[in-house]
Design a protein around this ligand. Sequence first.
Ligand code: MN
Length: 129
Amino acid sequence: MEHTPAEGISWVAAGDEHFTGTVFFGPLSAALDRSLYALGVLFEPGARTDWHTHPDGQVLYITSGAGKVQTDDGETVRVSAGDVVFSPAGEKHWHGATETSHMMHLSLTTGGATEWLTQKVSDEDYRRG
Ligand code: MN
């Protein structure tokens, strides 16, 4: 067994290459292959990912705050603590906080790295959510 106390998790700024706004990563597992990768992600109000896909899909478990998840067919859902969102393999989407609340989620993926589409979420798309 390996126990990591909360203060032992190294939260780091996600940077702006694949995100808009202020986002922090809290790695909960280290997967360099296709095994489970668990990542805590904290979005400050207005912050969101770029458009992206996941090779094997992604489970999001919202742990606090309020956010939005949108797919490129325009479907948008509002999420809050306790909600779960599953994005199937290859589905183009983004996720982030609402304009007025932070949002923290647990991201569970297998299959390797997120496939970033080098496409920021426009303010128009973000507001639509
Ligand atoms: Mn995702």
